[in-house]
Design a protein around this ligand. Structure first.
Ligand SMILES: [Zn+2]
Length: 213
């Protein structure tokens, strides 16, 4: 299949906005994509909407680990976890505040089809705030079993796939006790998505609109 490439030809850095409801969402959903941009000229803005001080410290370290040479801006908020539909105005305000700072080339954020109410709310709001950006909605494996049919695949090298999982463990020690937090879940999903795009590993996204030039 003919691949479409991210346009990295400009002298200006590729501007990426990564949004997560919770610390670790961005890295689980798109950590391999971020790691693969290492060495490219990128400006990455992280927006994480919930978290305690401990979780925020983890998120900050994770942003630096997954985007090690990017020009990095990190915004960490403490909106009420699990309550985004009721906090809709605050979520929209937070995303609009970021939109006033930056018109990113690429947005990676959760999907409007995600079963988790916080993820889903972000996925519903993002396209109402950003009208002219490439928006790749990442997927997060979870108890609800809401994995859907992706439309965009980003193949990962073996090194990047392994490194992603290593960094997830290293950056998020608070999550290690969760019964789903393990190599098999992360690499298993990446292997399945890789199989679907004829690669060893991949991350998968949904995209409602893109432009071909
Ligand atoms: Zn989450």
């Amino acid at each position: 299949m003919m691949p479409l490439r991210l346009d990295l030809s400009s002298d200006a850095p590729l501007s990426v906005l990564a949004i997560g409801a919770h610390p670790d969402d961005i890295e689980i959903g798109a950590g391999g994509l971020l790691l693969s941009l290492t060495g490219k000229l990128t400006r990455v803005r992280y927006l994480v909407l919930t978290g305690t001080l401990e979780r925020h410290a983890e998120a900050r370290a994770a942003a630096r680990a997954f985007a090690p040479d990017a020009e990095l801006d990190i915004t960490l908020l403490d909106l009420p976890e699990g309550r985004f539909p009721a906090a809709w105005q605050r979520v929209k305000d937070a995303i609009e505040a970021v939109a006033r700072l930056q018109a990113p080339d690429l947005i990676i954020a959760p999907s409007a089809a995600d079963a988790h109410q916080d993820h889903r709310t972000i996925g519903e709001i993002v396209p109402t705030v950003f009208r002219d950006q490439l928006y790749l909605a990442y997927e997060i494996p979870k108890w609800d079993g809401d994995l859907s049919r992706p439309s965009v695949y980003f193949p990962l090298s073996d090194d990047v796939a392994q490194r992603k999982v290593e960094l997830l463990h290293k950056c998020y020690p608070s999550q290690r006790g969760r019964d789903w937090w393990d190599d098999e879940v992360f690499l298993g999903l990446a292997r399945l998505r890789g199989m679907e795009c004829r690669a060893r590993y991949a991350e998968a996204f949904t995209c409602n609109k893109l432009i071909i030039r």
